[in-house]
Design a protein around this ligand. Structure first.
Ligand SMILES: C[S@@+](CC[C@H](N)C(=O)[O-])C[C@H]1O[C@@H](n2cnc3c(N)ncnc32)[C@H](O)[C@@H]1O
Length: 327
């Protein structure tokens, strides 16, 4: 990977939200008004969705074919991926990414792998020959290279929270094995049983120790039982209070000296800050908590939750990793 793209700095303060983030601006109000008209909203999202699938398929992601294949294979895993006692927080039932049932449906679960490959391709969109697999690998290597300096001892117990269908969980397990942590036992946790069912299908070799159904802010897992927790692209899907609760739960789960890594969109990234406001505001309409994410002072929230040695690393030119150590 291109390590020159990585900038690491100790964290000193909050980021400024990108200029388009404010729903109270005239443009924000106008777009909210347009999207409040249900048939208009549906038409716009349908067109956007068609375009997204066409673009992905044009770049070698077999979006629709893979969706059908995963659905067929994952359905039998649903019951064993569902923990009846799990309490689903109300914010989680919001419409996400234009799926009416958010992450709690087959369509979202069976399109998540394709969507994350599209995200990776978009990072290097000028490289037209880059395959989805190579883009995904490059994006993940950037993330784990950012975490590595904070790992002072071999990691044994690892949890990937908000693991979705396990793309990052499996990539992390591979990376740990190849970088001197071959005893690491990696588990994933997510609130969506459909996502977990797909994760199990993708983990056909049983590489992952456990796929837990649960809320990242109330996992029910034992205290001080983990060396590393990753939250890859989770925080932008959480209201601010839920993010804070997740950090507190992570602090409870980690052993002293354990590491938490939060990967997500980089509020400082030039490409994100320069997005055309109308497009960015429309995209934001499919992400109910994106504004919360950009407004939250995550470094301060990490410190409040008991983390120290907080570093910010731009893992590529769209994403940053906040790496912190449990005091
Ligand atoms: C964008 S996806 C994460 C992608 C994945 N980690 C990766 O690296 O490709 C966000 C995931 O977080 C999960 N999620 C959202 N809120 C959660 C919560 N409170 N507890 C556990 N999982 C949650 C969603 O179900 C979804 O699968």
């Amino acid at each position: 990977m291109n390590t020159s793209a990585i900038h690491s700095s100790p964290v000193i303060g909050p980021s400024t939200p990108p200029p388009w983030v404010d729903a109270r601006t005239p443009l924000g109000r106008l777009i909210a008004g347009v999207l409040a008209v249900e048939p208009v909203r549906q038409l716009l999202f349908l067109q956007a969705r068609r375009m997204m699938i066409r673009t992905a398929e044009g770049r070698g992601i077999p979006w629709r074919q893979r969706r059908e294949q995963l659905r067929q294979q994952a359905e039998p895993w649903l019951a064993s991926s569902t923990e009846a006692a799990v309490v689903v927080p109300p914010y989680y039932r919001a419409r996400f990414h234009a799926y009416a049932e958010g992450n709690l449906c087959w369509e979202a679960a069976c399109e998540a792998e394709q969507a994350t490959d599209s995200v990776a391709l978009r990072v290097w969109k000028e490289e037209k020959q880059l395959s989805p697999e190579a883009a995904q690998q490059r994006m993940r290597e950037g993330i784990y290279a950012a975490i590595e300096p904070s790992l002072s001892a071999p990691v044994r117990d690892v949890l990937d929270i908000g693991c979705s269908v396990g793309v990052g969980t499996l990539a992390l397990a591979d990376w740990l094995e190849q970088h001197g942590h071959s005893d690491a036992r990696v588990s994933g946790l997510d609130l969506s049983p459909q996502m977990l069912a797909v994760a199990r299908v993708r983990d056909a070799g049983g590489r992952i120790k456990a796929w837990h159904h649960g809320a990242a802010e109330a996992t029910g897992l034992p205290a001080a039982s983990l060396d590393l927790i990753t939250a890859q692209f989770l925080c932008h899907e959480l209201p601010g209070d839920a993010s804070r609760a997740v950090l507190r739960e992570a602090a409870r789960l980690l052993r002293p000296g354990g590491v938490l890594a939060l990967v997500d969109q980089d509020p400082e990234a030039a490409v994100i800050r320069a997005m055309p406001p109308a497009l960015a505001t429309l995209l934001k309409a499919t992400e109910p908590y994106l504004e919360d994410y950009f407004r939250l002072d995550l470094p301060a929230a990490l410190a409040d939750a008991g983390f120290t040695a907080i570093r910010r690393v731009a893992s590529d030119h769209r994403h940053r990793v906040l790496v912190a150590t449990r005091a």
